[in-house]
Design a binder for this molecule. Structure first.
Ligand code: NAP
Ligand code: HSE
Length: 453
């Protein structure tokens, strides 16, 4: 049935405008790969019209041939041997959709060596080995397209590299991990953390190892890619300070709500007097700001350019269809020849702007939310405010509710104390936290989060 559908498309195109076909391979037919296969097989007329050539799915490579696939592949397409792609000179473009880094790197280098252009969604690979892979592609006259690697269906890489080319980006703030945003949204509605993680996995949002989503790794890798494109800086994603949502407590979601904020895993790259600020962390975002309203597996990116002003991008950041949408758009761009032009001109991951310095994290300036668990005794608040004062941190508001019986422990009454600060230096905020944690009347488990107004 699938085969006959493909023949209908070819027949239609043969009747109206004779068209060649571009043979394509997919390496990795998991969540995203199956979505790409579905678009190529079910919407061949659409992709052929937009590419000016039929995108013909010739081969699909997996590890385990016996595993069920979320797509109906025509007979003879599926293989577990990458050599079927490497040795087929008629395959011009390969969609590389295996996760992880080392096997993916080796396969991508082999594919480039065998003369294939590449489309990928693997951000871990680009963040880790972008310079090597892009240099190799350039040396061999090939191209790598990777818009699906950041923010799923949002065409942020095409926008930064092409549509905003007249601008210097001054600020970029994004919700870049759909899984984390989904989990926090679920927790806001009362779901437990582990159940929300399992649901994100079931829906195909999470990485093969979901720890990469919830500990901020995935967002840091995406931020490194975006920051390189936006500022030309050479960025090692491992050096980006990151905290994930795996440390988030539901009590903080409740206090955020009470204060008029939403907690979002925010990735930030913005220019300051001390250099390029980079960080990924759960952040209290003022309710009403567009970023605060981004729910479920949606991503959003607020970009400010010196010419265009502020732009806001919003869309599904994970999942089969939105990611496959971005992959197939890259595939079409590659078939048309647009990718090769941009790839040649931009020299991404090969040339760096040496004048962009990374801001030391202790110099980053912002507002902070603190939550302490303190003994309900005279003098505790005074001790804490004195420490803030010595670090030149001004307090904006304080919440301490009367203790309820659950907070009465054998060793006394302990209550949460929440403090919102005015603008302060990260280094001072960290030192204050350390000193406060050392006070005898403060229990372990303090929290500090950034605030965005
Ligand atoms: P997935 O469901 O785990 O699928 C990975 C596929 O790669 C599987 O089909 C697997 O084969 C195959 N594979 C793994 N190692 C292989 C090898 N050495 N040789 C041949 N095939 C191999 O992953 P996914 O969610 O589709 O994600 C794929 C990539 O896209 C990842 O880099 C991910 O970070 C990225 N991405 C994912 C999303 C999303 O929403 N899921 C969004 C944006 C980007 P078997 O099935 O036989 O094991
Ligand atoms: N695991 C990733 C996420 C997939 O949840 O955002 C999209 O890159």
């Amino acid at each position: 049935m699938v085969d006959s559908t493909r023949k209908v498309y070819l027949f239609l195109w043969d009747c109206n405008s004779p068209m060649d076909k571009t043979k394509v391979a997919i390496v990795g037919v998991g969540t995203v790969g199956a979505g790409v296969a579905r678009i190529l097989l079910d919407h061949g007329d659409r992709t052929a019209k937009n590419a000016g050539t039929t995108l013909w799915l010739e081969t699909a490579v997996v590890r385990d041939l016996a595993k069920p696939r979320d797509c109906d592949l025509p007979d003879g397409v599926l293989t577990d041997d990458i050599q079927d792609v490497i040795n087929n000179d008629e395959i011009k473009v390969v969609v590389q959709l295996i996760g992880g880094v080392e096997a993916a790197r080796t396969i991508m280098l082999e594919l480039l060596e065998s003369g294939k252009d590449i489309v990928t969604a693997n951000k871990a690979l680009i963040a880790e080995h972008g310079p090597e892979l892009f240099a190799k592609a350039r040396e061999l006259g090939r191209s790598i397209a990777f818009d699906a690697a950041v923010a799923g269906g949002i065409p942020i890489i095409t926008n930064l590299t092409q549509c905003l080319a007249a601008n210097q980006v001054t600020s970029l703030r994004g919700i870049l991990n759909g899984t984390s945003n989904f989990i926090v949204s679920q927790m806001e509605q009362g779901a437990d953390y582990d159940g929300a993680v399992a649901e994100a996995q079931r829906l195909g949002y999470a990485e093969a190892d979901p720890a990469m989503d919830v500990d901020g790794t995935d967002a840091a890798q995406k931020l490194a890619i975006l920051a390189h494109i936006a500022y030309g800086a050479e960025i090692d994603w491992k050096k980006i300070p990151k905290t994930g949502i795996d440390t988030l407590d539901t009590v903080d979601l409740k206090y955020a709500e009470e204060l008029g904020y939403k907690i979002k895993l925010l990735a930030v790259a913005q220019m300051s007097d001390d250099g390029l600020e980079l960080h990924v962390s759960p952040t209290l975002v003022k309710a009403g700001l567009p970023l605060a309203e981004v729910r479920s597996a949606y991503n959003a990116i607020s970009v400010e350019g010196d010419q265009v002003g502020r732009l806001f991008y919003h869309g599904l950041g994970a999942g089969q269809k939105p990611t496959a949408s971005a992959v197939v758009a890259d595939l079409i761009d590659t078939a048309v020849g647009r990718t090769a032009l941009t790839f040649r001109t931009l020299k991404l991951f090969t040339e760096h702007n040496p004048s962009v310095q990374i801001c030391p994290s202790e110099k980053i300036v912002g507002r902070y939310y603190f939550r302490f668990v303190v003994a309900d005794e005279p003098g505790v608040l005074a001790d804490i405010t004195r420490i803030f004062g010595t670090h030149n941190i001004s307090i904006a508001s304080v919440i301490q509710h009367e203790p309820d019986e659950n907070e009465t422990q054998a060793e006394g009454v302990y209550v949460p104390l929440v403090i919102m600060t005015h603008t302060a230096c990260e280094g001072e905020a960290e030192s204050a936290l350390t000193e406060i944690n050392d006070l005898p009347n403060v229990r372990p488990g303090s929290r500090k989060m950034r605030v965005l107004n």
